[in-house]
Write a protein that binds this ligand. Structure first.
Ligand code: CAA
Length: 278
């Protein structure tokens, strides 16, 4: 959780710990006036986004969408990782049909549909689904240690939670191709130069900075804030839905390939994958 210095602000109110028990999240409503904080909390797995975590995230956001005391939400991880992607352990043995049936991205859709401003505060890794989760937020603030990338290609798959659609829109085709086809990890500084981050700050102050911005938003006229978010989202999303569906179908299809099995098994066994092209 944020340290004393990270949350120090003359207007900081005592936070109210949500009484609901979450296994994979730490949730504080009212960490600042009108601001809710959600911390992804699977530190041993670098906050890999498994189904129970995403279900909890969906539940908190649904609750806060209906809560007039929450006007802006900050989503963060810990110093080592915002999130290192969807949970590879959970996906490694899936088939194309089981992936299609379980449709893990329904919970991602719920994040995208959250009506109030959602600010990502990224420290450490934001990879694969972790980057995609940050991209679903309305702003991204990054600590100097933040590292971004789409390493799915190294697992024999492609991004499945929107990156093939978001990144060309946000970065242009060429940089999106580079990130997705090489799987390389890029620094916060580089991502900022590419125009995708709101601001970078030292790791120990970036959460405070994000909460300050959230607090400013929370002080604005609540209905106008909702309307502004809705209008801006439309600027990006009018032609997005079809692209998301195409990405999802080919993502599920890749679970019919030997290379997906090999790529994920190799990750879990900490060795280099041997690609068969089948
Ligand atoms: N899923 C499941 N477990 C993960 C994980 C993930 N995405 N990322 C890290 N972990 C686990 C590791 O398995 C490891 O667990 P054990 O201690 O039980 O072995 C633990 O977190 C710590 O990870 P490392 O030991 O690998 O830590 P590191 O500092 O050496 O490396 C890393 C850090 C470069 C981020 C490396 O963990 C890594 O490459 N992670 C996978 C990143 C990735 O491929 N993400 C994409 C996932 S697929 C996806 O997201 C699809 C989509 O579009 C939705």
């Amino acid at each position: 959780m944020p340290s004393q210095s990270e949350t120090s602000n003359s207007q900081t109110r005592p936070s109210t710990q949500d009484t609901t028990q979450y296994q994979h999240l730490i949730v504080e409503a009212g960490i600042r006036p009108g601001v809710g904080l959600i911390q992804l909390n699977r530190p041993k797995a670098l906050n890999a986004l498994n189904t129970p975590l995403m279900e909890e995230l969906r539940a908190v956001l649904a609750q806060w969408d209906d809560d007039p005391t929450i006007r802006c939400v900050v989503l963060t991880g810990n110093e080592r990782a915002f999130a290192a992607g969807a949970d590879i352990r959970e996906m490694a043995d899936q088939s194309a049909i089981s992936m299609y049936l379980r449709d893990q991205f329904r919970t991602w859709d719920a994040v995208r549909r959250f009506r109030k401003p959602l600010l990502a505060c990224v420290r450490g890794y934001a990879l694969g689904g972790g980057l995609e989760l940050a991209l679903l937020c309305d702003m991204i603030f990054a600590g100097e240690s933040a590292k971004f990338g789409c390493p799915e290609i190294k697992l024999g798959i492609i991004p499945g939670a929107g990156a093939t659609q978001w990144l060309p829109r946000l970065l242009g085709k060429q940089r999106a191709m580079e990130l997705i086809l090489t799987g390389e990890i890029v620094s916060a500084k580089e991502m900022a130069q590419w125009g995708i981050l709101n601001r970078i700050a030292p790791d120990d102050t970036v959460l405070d900075l994000t909460l300050n911005v959230a607090e400013t938003i929370a002080q604005q006229a609540p209905i106008a804030v909702l309307a502004a978010k809705e209008a801006i989202q439309h600027a990006y999303e009018t032609f997005l839905t079809e692209g998301i569906l195409v990405e999802r179908k080919v993502f599920f299809l890749l679970f019919a390939s030997e290379d997906q099995k090999e790529g994920m098994q190799a990750f879990l066994e900490k060795r280099k994958p041997q690609w068969q092209g089948s």
